[in-house]
Design a protein around this ligand. Structure first.
Ligand code: NI
Length: 215
């Protein structure tokens, strides 16, 4: 199987897996992250094939989306082993998938350039206009309100606290989204993040202005 066919197989696998998702992690998120990741990989001279494969499967083992992570991992591993005849490449992809998550600020920076790039791409899709839309989609799915002025903005959370519901979508901007720009690993991603970050700040300003309108 050539590389293009492998990519196509992975696309079909994740298209199916993320079908019906309304939390901001649907196929289109995967596709955007793939496009961002390949773009960054070209600029940063990384292994494009590993980056593209890893970007496509980057949300397959994620505790936000799946209950049985061990089952997801076994399934992904067997699909990758079936499609790829290189143990090295399978290992590199699995490593990326397991090490790019934010985890409420408790995540790690992947050691490989390809991992850094997929992490950047996933985070770029969490900021900007798409990031704003995804924040509210995810919050709605989790039963959070758009904004609750009674909640405090939390810092230094454990992953359990981070995933709990004592937050609103607007708080999520401060607890995660606005921190992402400074966490970009590559120069290419940082440049793209700057514009998206400004947009989020502008959105919050406008949101608060409308929220606080009084007669
Ligand atoms: Ni993602």
């Amino acid at each position: 199987m050539n590389q293009q066919e492998i990519i196509l197989q992975l696309e079909n696998y994740v298209r199916n897996l993320h079908q019906g998702d309304s939390s901001g992690h649907d196929w289109h998120h995967i596709d955007r992250v793939r496009n961002l990741a390949v773009h960054i990989a070209k600029k940063e001279n990384a292994n494009q094939f590993i980056v593209e494969c890893a970007a496509l499967v980057h949300d397959v083992i994620d505790d936000k989306l799946h209950d049985d992570l061990e089952a997801q991992k076994i399934q992904l591993e067997s699909i990758l082993n079936e499609l790829l005849n290189s143990n090295e490449v399978v290992k590199a992809i699995l490593y990326i998938v397991e090490n790019i998550s934010y985890k409420g600020g408790n995540g790690v920076i992947p050691t490989s350039l390809e991992g850094k790039i997929v992490q950047d791409a996933d985070r770029l899709d969490a900021i900007g206009a798409i990031g704003v839309a995804r924040t509210f989609a995810y919050g709605g799915k989790k039963g959070r309100s758009m904004f609750n002025p009674e909640f405090k903005i939390r810092d230094n959370m454990t992953i359990e606290e981070y995933r709990s519901d004592k937050s609103s979508s607007l708080h999520h901007f401060y607890e995660k989204i606005l921190k992402l720009k400074d966490l970009m690993n590559t120069k290419t991603a940082l440049e793209m993040a700057e514009e998206r970050h400004l947009f989020v700040e502008k959105f919050i300003d406008e949101f608060m202005k409308e929220w606080n309108f009084k007669i």
